[in-house]
Write a protein that binds this ligand. Structure first.
Ligand SMILES: [Mg+2]
Length: 202
């Protein structure tokens, strides 16, 4: 069986990175980590936060989005990422009987690979697919993996669940990432689990 993992928010905790970069780009923000993630987990995007809380005009929002895109994968921010607790053991045990793959919507293939190598997880993955934001995850998966209906995709966003639905495979949503349980439920995943460490084949 193929098991396809998302990266940010699923295998690694990127919440500190995103919060730190937001605080850097919006120095007037007094949102703390909890405030920021309470908004984000409800599915409220940066544009709405900036407009409603900080009275940004559309031009300022656009500037913010450009800078965000330029900065978000820079090493100074990437270094804030940490592995989700228990991921290593889970990958090790699933690897024994299944084909594991990683798919991420990162811009940079090199940055993603370097990070995976740093955690020494490369040995577990049969393929590491990076969209570079040039194509959909579902398209990239179809081009590289021979998908069967019993396969699984595990991710932390609605987009990951929709990718699984498009591919007609099983979907697992994890609560270690960027969306709340309530928000994830609206995408109707097959299962919702606290963390990838709790993933079992059902
Ligand atoms: Mg993710």
């Amino acid at each position: 069986m193929n098991i396809i993992f998302d990266f940010d928010g699923t295998l690694i905790d990127s919440k500190e990175r995103l919060f730190k970069l937001f605080s850097f780009l919006v120095p007037e923000s007094e949102l703390n980590f909890e405030d920021y993630w309470t908004l984000k987990k409800k599915g409220i995007g940066h544009a709405e936060i900036l407009e409603k809380k900080f009275k940004f005009q559309s031009n300022d929002i656009q500037q913010f989005q450009i800078k965000w895109h330029q900065e978000i994968e820079q090493p100074k921010w990437i270094n804030y990422d940490t592995p989700i607790l228990g991921v290593e053991d889970k990958l090790m045990s699933l690897f024994e009987n299944h084909q594991l793959h990683l798919v991420t919507a990162r811009q940079s293939y090199e940055t993603a690979i370097n990070q995976i190598n740093k955690f020494q997880w490369n040995k577990y993955f049969k393929s590491i697919l990076v969209t570079k934001q040039e194509k959909e995850k579902s398209q990239l998966i179809l081009e590289n993996i021979e998908i069967k209906k019993e396969d699984w995709i595990i991710g932390d966003t609605g987009k990951d669940i929709l990718t699984g639905k498009t591919l007609q495979i099983n979907t697992a949503a994890v609560l270690t990432g960027f969306l709340s349980e309530e928000k994830l439920k609206s995408y109707n995943p097959d299962i919702i689990i606290d963390s990838v460490a709790n993933f079992m084949i059902y």
